[in-house]
Unconditional design. Structure first.
Length: 147
């Protein structure tokens, strides 16, 4: 049976449903993600765009230009909660912000990117795969390799 996950924004104006398992759950310590999250890092969960369905509300978005990729960043227009981002190089994939899921207890990030920018007090688990920056080909390289 395919798993289904539901989530939404802080104010409840936006709700979504995701079917299927994530390709990867990861943490990014880059300074852009620190600003976006208002914290020491951001977490993301890659899912197929065809498995993401908005069930209530509308998302507003902007494009953030990166070194190697542009990201369409989507959020609730009412409360500003970031819901996901989509890289221009892979519009078939959504990087969901998994903190917006109703149930987050099962999440376990297995990869950490931009460890060189990690706050010194952040403890990365010994069994995590760690990259000092983004590997060539980005997150999708790891997904395509089955990690």
């Amino acid at each position: 049976m395919t798993e289904a996950y539901e989530g939404g924004c802080q104010c409840g104006a936006v709700r979504y449903r995701v079917t299927g398992e994530p390709a990867i759950v990861y943490i990014c310590h880059c300074t852009f993600c620190q600003v976006q999250s208002g914290s020491a890092f951001a977490m993301a969960m890659r899912v197929s765009a065809e498995n993401f369905q908005l069930t209530r509300g509308e998302l507003k978005s902007f494009v953030r230009q990166g070194e190697n990729v542009n990201l369409a960043c989507s959020f609730c227009a009412d409360c500003g909660t970031r819901i996901h981002h989509v890289p221009d190089s892979r519009p078939d994939l959504v990087s969901l912000k998994p903190g917006t899921l109703d149930d987050t207890g099962w999440l376990r990030p297995t990869v950490h990117f931009f460890a060189r920018s990690a706050q010194p007090w952040v403890k990365i688990p010994d069994d995590a795969e760690v990259f000092e920056a983004m590997p060539v080909g980005g997150v999708m390289t790891l997904v395509d390799e089955g990690r």
